[in-house]
Ligand binder design. Structure first.
Ligand SMILES: Nc1ncnc2c1ncn2[C@@H]1O[C@H](COP(=O)(O)OP(=O)(O)OP(=O)(O)O)[C@@H](O)[C@H]1O
Length: 263
């Protein structure tokens, strides 16, 4: 029997005035998978993520995360849920007046009764887990490169050992080497920690390299499948997305890597 999904969305309606963003949208995110979320600009990817994490109430429909109904959750349940998920916002969303270590300590101090010393030690472990050198813990966000800021945001998202990670365009703005190394980190963390990951991305290489399945936000609803399955889809946007020049280039690059491993 299939396990309950980590996230179950049923019949979601999202609208701003007369502007309908999602309608009759269904989505199951399986436990332990890395699901990429793609869609045209303005199709509602960020709004969907914000709705799943309770920052916005759906106009209709239901959202369950780890078996709890988010839209009807009381503040205690929401607090519990927010300790079970970690979020990496697009710009890292770090507090600029706090060092990296202090940023990572924020969720620890909000959600646990740990001592100052234990919070500091745990925060430093998470900084290392996110692939940052130890001295980065004492730096301010303004002293870090874009890639390091993303890793610092990731360290904070991992602070409470979450079950689910939400990543909003984690490789945007990174050079190809930085992006590839971030992708590897995400994959390693998923395997080591058994995380469920929902990742909004426009990065074709990330989709091919790290995602188990891809959810396409299209015409206010979601179509989900492996890339191979989606490539069989006749919808013109999906065909162009995966069969267009960037999609083909990413597929070729992936094939070369896989062939290289076999020889
Ligand atoms: N607070 C708001 N009030 C009114 N409209 C909003 C609000 N937030 C988002 N929207 C609208 O919802 C739609 C979806 O926005 P969203 O930011 O989720 O798109 P997206 O798919 O993440 O786009 P991109 O890939 O460009 O970041 C857009 O048309 C946007 O203008």
């Amino acid at each position: 029997m299939e396990q309950d999904p980590a996230i179950r969305i049923k019949g979601l309606l999202t609208q701003f005035g007369s502007n309908v963003i999602h309608k009759d949208l269904d989505l199951n995110v399986r436990r332990g998978e890395i699901l990429g979320l793609v869609g045209g600009s303005g199709s509602g990817k960020s709004v969907l993520m914000n709705t799943i994490i309770g920052l916005r109430r759906p106009n209709a429909g239901s959202i369950e995360v780890l078996g709890q109904n988010v839209d009807q959750a009381n503040s205690a349940t929401l607090k519990w849920l927010s300790s079970r998920w970690g979020v990496l916002f697009q710009d890292g969303a770090l507090f600029s007046s706090l060092t990296v270590r202090q940023n990572v300590e924020v969720p620890l101090k909000t959600h646990t009764e740990l001592s100052e010393h234990a919070c500091a030690e745990l925060a430093e472990i998470k900084v290392g887990l996110a692939g940052l050198p130890p001295d980065a813990a004492h730096k301010y966000p303004s002293e870090l490169s874009g890639g390091m800021r993303k890793r610092a945001g990731l360290a904070r998202a991992l602070a409470l050992d979450p079950d689910i990670l939400f990543l909003d365009e984690p490789t945007a703005g990174l050079d190809p080497i930085g992006a590839a190394s971030f992708d590897s980190l995400v994959q390693e963390l998923q395997r080591a920690l058994g995380l469920t990951i929902l990742m909004v991305t426009h990065d074709m290489d990330s989709l091919y390299t790290v995602c188990d399945r891809v959810a396409v936000l299209l015409d206010r609803r979601i179509k989900v499948g492996t890339i191979a399955e989606l490539m069989e889809d006749s919808h013109p946007w999906i065909a162009e997305y995966f069969g267009g020049p960037r999609g083909r280039a990413a597929a070729d690059a992936r094939r070369r890597v896989t062939d290289g491993r076999k020889t």
